[in-house]
Design a protein around this ligand. Structure first.
Ligand code: BTN
Length: 266
């Protein structure tokens, strides 16, 4: 592998805009910031200023956020950090926004890299590791006014000692192929935007094909899981499937089915 290729440098906004052109018709600006608090936070401010349907990209976040109000941090220029903003347009089934985004992001990464990528409910990008997994990316979807912000964080060139926990990994550690960050970002922007336009506009969101794709990619379904709920409770059982709104159905030993809308699966 050409290790030198992974050396860090600032993103080229021009290259991303040029590469994303084929699929970004109708998308407003692609905004690049060398540093920001959090692309999701910046996206909210831009929505408040009147912008619609756009992308915010950065090389560094000083207040990046993960799910369940966690910190999301990465060294400068080491990550793919983007918020895609789309109009909700009364999308049916908003509970599926998270899972939809995870399905599309995984699809883009599979087209760019040759390693097994699974989804840990609801939207962690993981690679199987024995009975467990290593996480290399995640998505924080937030609705703000009449738009949805898909905040995507993918560990790109971190070495092991730069990762926050031992169960984290990065594309550089997982793959033998090198792809410039700009190419991956441009693919993410155009593929998400194109799919959003076709799928969110249809009366069927998500489509049956997306549901099948998510289920097939799942690292959670049919497994024994322990889910830590935001209130501190832990539910242990078998992940039986998904409710229509994307909630996780967990069947405990007593046969009771729990419908979980937020939590951490282990
Ligand atoms: C998670 O797995 O907890 C979700 C992580 C989402 C991180 C991304 S990085 C870009 C965007 N801006 C943020 O502050 N968070 C998301």
């Amino acid at each position: 592998m050409n290790q030198a290729a992974w050396e860090r440098s600032p993103l080229s906004q021009k290259l991303i805009v040029d590469l994303a052109k084929k699929g970004s018709a109708g998308l407003g600006e692609i905004i690049y910031l060398s540093e920001t608090s959090s692309t999701n936070q910046r996206a909210k401010e831009l929505i408040d200023e009147g912008k619609t349907s756009f992308a915010v990209i950065t090389d560094f976040q000083n207040a990046g956020k993960g799910r369940l109000d966690r910190i999301w941090q990465a060294p400068k220029e080491s990550s793919i950090l983007i918020s895609m903003v789309e109009k909700l347009n009364g999308v049916s089934n908003p509970g599926w926004l998270n899972l939809w985004a995870a399905t599309i992001v995984r699809r883009v990464l599979l087209e760019n890299f040759l390693f097994e990528i699974k989804l840990k409910w609801p939207n962690d990008l993981v690679v199987p590791n024995g009975n467990s997994f290593l996480k290399f990316g995640g998505i924080l979807s937030q609705i703000h006014k009449d738009q949805v912000i898909f905040g995507i964080g993918i560990n790109y060139s971190q070495d092991q000692n730069e990762l926050p926990i031992v169960t984290a990994t990065s594309l550089k550690l997982l793959t033998v192929q090198y792809r410039p960050r700009e190419e991956v970002l441009a693919d993410l922007i155009s593929t998400m935007h194109l799919n959003w336009q076709s799928e969110a506009a249809s009366s069927e969101f998500p489509t049956a094909a997306t549901v099948r794709e998510y289920q097939a990619a799942s690292h959670t379904m049919a497994k024994e899981v322990s889910v830590s709920l935001p209130n501190g409770k832990v539910i242990t059982g078998i992940a039986e499937g998904l409710a229509a709104n994307g909630a996780l159905l967990v069947k405990t030993q007593s046969g009771e089915i729990h419908t979980i809308t937020a939590g951490d699966v282990n």
